[in-house]
Each structure stands twice: as structure tokens, then as C-alpha cells.
Design a binder for this molecule. Structure first.
Ligand code: SF4
Length: 191
């Protein structure tokens, strides 16, 4: 693992939170692909609210929030706003977070047609299905998929689908510890 040039001050770990909105968890999987750099990571960074820790609520302020996925429903908007409130810096990780990505392909089709196709007319719909699920406990789907920066202020964007672990970690070290890095065009990853 590359040693950090600049260590964090007074040994205090930086705190990171992560979430997946309208994403596929591929960006989280990529983050876990960090290999030996994980030794640096556990030494320097504490992961707070995240699917990786299963911590559900913020009870400490975080230095960075990593957001995978954009906003396709009302719950995504609530979670994103909660992250903005509890994190000093927000980073959109991956194409879905940056501009909507694959889920945003529905943006060219009217919402009603999307719902009909998903619940009434698809190959797996029940024969004669006439209702689209609608309950107060189910988040309301939005008229289109929004990029995160359409909803709250996003400080940095990491492109890729998913961005490589090395790319994500380099950005984190740069933002947290001012470690310089460069990335070649060929290292932008789109699987
Ligand atoms: Fe999945 Fe790619 Fe979207 Fe990340 S950017 S959540 S890997 S589809």
C-alpha cells in the first residue's frame, strides 16, 4: 500500500458515512475492492452510518458523506438531505449519483407508462393485474430520476461505473489529508 505523505492531525480518525440511493451497490462493492490500502483506511478513517456498518442513524457529525445512486423516490430525497445536514463534505460516487445513470433512462418516458410497464404489462406481471402498488409506507416514485446535485449541494463528483477503489480512495485522501493525486484517462472505469 502507498504510504500517505501527510498524516491526519493528532491521530484523530476522520469520519465517513455512505449510502446507496437509486444505485446497484456496485460503487460500494468497488470501495471494498481496495486491497492492501484497507490497512491505511482502517487506521485513518472510521465508517459511521453506512450499509457497510449497518449503523442506521447519525449520532455523530461526519467529515465526508459518500453517496451512491441518484434520487428516484421521496425516500432518496429525505436520505440525501439528511446526509447534507450531517456531513461537512458530500461526494457523489459513480454515474448514478453524478447524473442519474442507468435509472435515469426512464426520464424520456412518462412516469405512468413506466409504472404500467413495470406492474401491469411486463412478462412477469400477474395475469389481469390492474393495480399499481400504492401505500403510505411505500416511498413515492418521483416524476423523473434526479442527479444528487439537483437536490442538494454536492462538493465533489467521482465519475465511473463503478469508479475503481483506487480512484475513490485517492479522492478521499486528497479531500481529507490534501494528498496530491493524478488519474489517467484510461483509469476512469466503466464496466
Ligand atoms: Fe451501480 Fe454503476 Fe450506478 Fe455505481 S454508477 S450504482 S456501479 S450502476
Amino acid at each position: 500500500a502507498n504510504k500517505l505523505k501527510k498524516q491526519p492531525t493528532n491521530g484523530t480518525k476522520k469520519r465517513i458515512a455512505t449510502t446507496s440511493l437509486a444505485g446497484c451497490f456496485g460503487c460500494h462493492m468497488s470501495l471494498l475492492d481496495i486491497d492492501l490500502d484497507i490497512l491505511d483506511m482502517v487506521e485513518l478513517v472510521e465508517i459511521h452510518k453506512s450499509p457497510l456498518t449497518d449503523i442506521k442513524k447519525f449520532n455523530k457529525r461526519c467529515d465526508i458523506g459518500l453517496i451512491e445512486g441518484g434520487c428516484c423516490n421521496t425516500e432518496n430525497i429525505e436520505v440525501l438531505r439528511e446526509f447534507r445536514k450531517n456531513c461537512d463534505i458530500l461526494i457523489s460516487v459513480g454515474e448514478c449519483a453524478v447524473w442519474g445513470g442507468l435509472p435515469a433512462m426512464r426520464n424520456t418516458i412518462p412516469l405512468e407508462a413506466c409504472l404500467n410497464e413495470a406492474y401491469l404489462n411486463s412478462m412477469t406481471s400477474e395475469e389481469g393485474a390492474t393495480t399499481i402498488p400504492n401505500h403510505q409506507d411505500i416511498p413515492k416514485i418521483l416524476n423523473k430520476v434526479y442527479a444528487n446535485h439537483d437536490v442538494v449541494k454536492i462538493d465533489y463528483h467521482i465519475p465511473g461505473c463503478p469508479p475503481s477503489a483506487n480512484h475513490i480512495w485517492s479522492v478521499l485522501k486528497h479531500v481529507l489529508f490534501e494528498e496530491e493525486y493524478s488519474i489517467a484517462f484510461a483509469d476512469f472505469k466503466y464496466d
